[in-house]
Design a protein around this ligand. Structure first.
Ligand SMILES: C[S@@+](CC[C@H](N)C(=O)[O-])C[C@H]1O[C@@H](n2cnc3c(N)ncnc32)[C@H](O)[C@@H]1O
Length: 279
């Protein structure tokens, strides 16, 4: 998976990060919630920062905070660093560090961090409890972990189905990346909001709260085609014979041309969860 992120970092930033970004950014609101008088964090960790969406926003939101943005993918960190170079002022950049680190081995002293935030990462780790334990270790007493992740959802999304149907039309078996990823050991999407809050309580967090929301993203037909062909199914398509690939792509475009414009709006359930290290 690390390699997949390394190799796909530019494409991730272009095609997938915009889908996640608004939902990711809402995690920062959970750092203080529901305490309107909460003290601003001085040391915040963005766990699985990817291309840095939370880290860039956090550095602007809390002008006195140091942000450590950690990810195990050097490729993602390289894109994050380049974006920070372009989008952050020099003084803001000095408050962010991009660190290659695994979620279960963070390079911070015990009790040294005010908040750990994370967007769309805890479904990818092989097991959540060791990640929670590591967050508890680095958090100061009263410090907070807040994350957003996917809720399991089987609702069909017609534009995705159009791709699978195109494979059928051309007679290509779908042994795709998604399937390969599913075979990898990963914790997976939360089965319910309750499962998310229970997992935090069992790990030892207190003041736990979790709630469901909906991630909504409106693709245009063309942008969805680009996302699907250049990012989501890119490596699978690369593995096909060139003429077969062309036929799949053509058939896919024909199929999505038949869909109504509003079919390209994704609505997917996500869970926001937070919990505090006991004081
Ligand atoms: C779906 S991306 C989310 C990135 C970013 N937080 C966002 O919202 O756009 C998942 C990120 O988690 C990182 N990641 C996955 N498992 C990890 C682990 N065990 N330790 C550190 N980073 C991990 C990946 O490299 C990738 O950058």
């Amino acid at each position: 998976m690390q390699q997949r992120y390394d190799e796909g970092a530019e494409a991730y930033q272009r095609w997938w990060a915009p889908v996640l970004a608004p939902s990711a950014l809402a995690v920062l609101d959970l750092v203080a919630e529901p305490r309107s008088d909460a003290v601003a964090p001085r040391h915040l960790v963005d766990l699985g920062t990817g291309t840095g969406v939370l880290a860039r926003a956090a550095v602007r939101r809390w002008p006195a905070a140091r942000i450590d943005a950690a990810d195990f993918s050097r490729g993602m960190l390289a894109v994050a660093g380049a974006l920070a170079e372009r989008e952050l002022a020099p003084a803001e950049r000095r408050r962010v560090r991009w660190l290659q680190a695994h979620a279960t081995a963070l390079p911070f002293a015990d009790g040294s961090v005010d908040a750990v935030v994370s967007s769309f990462v805890v479904q990818l780790v092989p097991s959540r409890p060791p990640v929670y334990r590591e967050a508890l270790r680095v958090l100061r007493p009263g410090g907070r972990l807040a994350f957003v992740s996917w809720l399991a959802d089987e609702t069909p999304f017609a534009p995705h189905e159009a791709f699978d149907d195109a494979l059928d039309d051309v007679g290509v078996a779908a042994g795709d990346d998604e399937e390969r990823l599913d075979e990898e050991a990963r914790a997976g999407d939360f089965v319910s909001v309750r499962a998310a809050s229970d997992s935090l309580r069992r790990a030892g967090f207190r003041n736990v709260h979790a709630e469901a929301r909906t991630l909504e993203y409106g693709w245009t037909r063309e942008r969805f085609a680009d996302y699907k062909l250049r990012y989501d199914e890119h490596s699978f398509l690369e593995g096909l014979d060139r003429s077969v690939r062309r036929r799949v792509e053509r058939r896919f475009r024909e199929r999505i041309a038949l869909l109504r414009a509003d079919a390209f709006t994704l609505r997917a359930p996500v869970v926001y969860a937070r919990g505090d290290r006991p004081g």
